[in-house]
Design a protein. Structure first.
Length: 292
């Protein structure tokens, strides 16, 4: 067999998008894993996202049989990548060839860090990334819920973020919730206010900002990101109110799902999401490159 391996930077054209989508659907029939999310398929059509694909074609069949996705989610020059090989083409070294081209692409882009993504229970892919110097770092679970009309608390009002009045309060909340430096909190606020499809919301009680969440539209999904509550206001139903707000917002916009990701070690957040009606749909394990 003869293979051609090429790279394609984001945003990709619709033909390439459809080829990758078909490969994901074919692999799902065998593996029962939803690969489109870990391959960042929706983001790959956006102009404001830094990333690229490595594409492997079977020249004789003129068919896409392998792909790697690499994306700089936060614009910090740290790339997350994953590889998918068509079931009939596994075990012949194609993933090694793709990884070499991927590494060249990361070097050309001056990547300062990289994380390999492996779907939970994919033992073969886990062995592969460990073989090439990646060590387990953490895991994130994806939860999902249906958009629906939810009864909102009369004592908590939720509105879009206003920089002139809300910035300092949000910096405090983010710093306490995520342990971020002031500059990191400012970067997060900026990213969530200038990126297309994202809306930064704040929860207000008696004229005080007590929590925040960002909704991010991707296709027919509203993602929940950057959910945080002021440490002195936790346990008062503010987090639940913010989640219910996004469910209502998604329903009004006609989306089909509300989804979020959370580190599996965050027991408090897991309890909150499950209480709010979110169910785990997938888990992804992250491996950091150590070169060992």
């Amino acid at each position: 067999m003869n293979f051609s391996i090429i790279t394609a930077s984001f945003p990709i054209d619709i033909e390439t998008y459809n080829e990758i989508k078909l490969l994901c659907e074919t692999a799902f029939e065998t593996d029962k894993y939803s690969y489109s999310s870990v391959l960042n398929l929706l983001e790959s059509r956006q102009y404001n996202v830094k990333g690229f694909f490595v594409l492997a074609y079977d020249d004789e069949q003129d068919q896409l049989v392998g792909v790697a996705s690499s994306i700089d989610q936060m614009g910090l020059n740290t790339y997350e990548w994953s590889i998918l090989i068509a079931p009939m083409y596994r075990g012949i070294g194609l993933d090694e060839a793709i990884l070499k081209v991927l590494g060249d692409g990361l070097h050309q882009r001056g990547a300062e860090g990289e994380l390999a993504l492996v779907i939970e229970n994919d033992t073969e892919r886990r062995k592969f990334v460990e073989k090439y110097g990646y060590s387990y770092s953490f895991s994130e679970a994806t939860f999902e819920a249906k958009p629906e009309s939810m009864e909102l608390s009369n004592s908590i009002s939720i509105r879009p973020y206003i920089e002139s009045t809300d910035k300092e309060a949000l910096i405090t909340i983010f710093s306490n919730a995520f342990g971020d430096l002031r500059e990191e909190s400012i970067e997060l606020i900026t990213y969530n206010t200038v990126t297309a499809g994202r809306i930064l919301w704040v929860a207000v009680v008696e004229d005080e900002i007590v929590g925040t969440v960002t909704s991010s539209k991707e296709g027919e999904v509203q993602w929940v990101t950057a959910l945080a509550v002021h440490p002195e206001k936790q346990g008062l139903g503010i987090g639940t109110a913010l989640l219910n707000w996004v469910k209502n917002f998604a329903m009004r916009n006609g989306e089909k799902l509300v989804m979020l990701e959370v580190e599996i070690e965050n027991d408090r957040a897991l309890a909150l999401y499950e209480k709010a009606g979110f169910l785990k749909s997938m888990q992804v394990d992250y491996f950091i490159y150590t070169g060992e």
